[in-house]
Write a protein that binds this ligand. Structure first.
Ligand code: 13P
Length: 337
């Protein structure tokens, strides 16, 4: 199967991607916030709960895993990777080692994890993983990002993507412009455009085949702390305008992260984008928080809550799936929350 076919399979029939690839540090923060102790066993039980929810394969074409999960068995004794495969979901793997402070550039980050990556990819390919993710983090303010941060992160994305393709995995290239802060939506659009353009240019320079890449990006929204919050129609128009300027039609898919938006907001914005009709690339979601927040809180680490948590997860997937087709209803979303 070619990389392009794998990318298309993941996003076929209006399906999206679940990001369940939180590093141990990140998932521990999320579990702590709802009063669950983070241990290898609670993390296993939590991911099992998500992946064994009835009918998830109707909405999810891919799930991004973290290294620990790839080596764990589900509660029924099946390997987690096999469990997903058996359900017809393509398993993927986060391979970056996190965004670290960029020396000399206060407030900015560079993503690490390139050392030994060729060997890690060889192992991940053997384990049956078919796509990968690398996230870089771009700070946004009136003065940030620096040209250096944009360039270093774009170069890293391309080095990772070239190695992923060499190993036969589809790279998800995820340069996230962070929407914290009080900047207006114009500034979000300006920075997102610069970052995506630099990333695509780096991919070209490093001979990455655009046909075998998925781009994961933030939606262009107002900075969360800003006084005026743009509504879904403006978010859709600005997001698509930036994508038209930067993402070649050769790229098979563009997926959105939820980025800390409220669940309903992330879906309202995705729905507005979907209502603009078909695009040169398949457009879909790759959410972590907007799909997992509620089920995790309902589970609270207790066996007796598993069924209710799975119900909530199925409901989140139903609503996000509807948004992805441009059929989302605010009333239905309110009734669910
Ligand atoms: P959120 O949807 O929570 O932003 O996470 C998506 C993701 O994978 C970030 O890397």
């Amino acid at each position: 199967m070619t990389l392009q076919e794998t990318a298309r399979e993941i996003l076929a029939d209006g399906k999206g991607i679940l990001a369940a690839d939180e590093s141990t540090g990140t998932i521990t923060k999320r579990l702590d916030a709802v009063g669950i102790e983070s241990t290898e066993e609670t993390r296993r039980r939590y991911r099992d709960l998500l992946f064994t929810t009835e009918d998830v394969e109707q909405r999810l074409g891919g799930v991004i895993l973290y290294d620990e999960t790839v080596r764990q068995d589900a509660l029924d004794g099946t390997g987690m990777v096999d469990l997903l495969r058996r359900r017809g979901i393509v398993p993927g793997i986060k391979v970056d080692a996190g965004a670290k402070d960029l020396a000399g550039f206060p407030g900015e980050k560079v993503t690490e994890g390139l050392d030994g990556l060729r060997e890690r990819f060889a192992e991940y390919a053997d384990l049956g993983l078919r796509f990968a993710k690398w996230r870089s983090v771009i700070s946004v303010s009136d003065t940030l990002p620096s040209a250096t941060a944009i360039e270093l992160n774009a170069t890293g994305q391309a080095r990772y993507a070239a190695l992923a393709q060499e190993a036969g995995l589809v790279p998800i290239v995820e340069p996230e412009s962070i929407m914290d802060g009080d900047h207006g939506i114009e500034r979000s659009a300006e920075v997102t455009e610069l970052v995506l353009a630099a990333t695509i240019e780096a991919l070209r320079r490093q001979r990455v085949a655009l046909e075998g890449v998925l781009v994961k990006t933030n939606m262009v929204v107002s900075g969360y702390a800003g006084p005026d919050q743009a509504g879904p129609d403006e978010v859709a128009d600005r997001t698509l305008a930036v994508l038209y300027r930067t993402i070649p039609a050769a790229v098979p898919g563009v997926v959105f992260l939820s980025g800390g938006q409220e669940d309903a907001q992330a879906n309202a914005n995705l729905d507005a984008i979907a209502r603009r009709g078909s695009q040169p690339w398949t457009v879909s979601f790759s959410y972590a928080r907007a799909l997992q927040g509620r089920p995790m809180a309902i589970w609270a680490g207790a066996e007796e809550n598993v069924a209710a948590a799975q119900h909530a997860f199925a409901e989140r997937l139903h609503l996000t799936g509807a948004a992805n087709r441009g059929e989302w209803s605010a009333d239905e979303e309110r009734a669910a929350s």
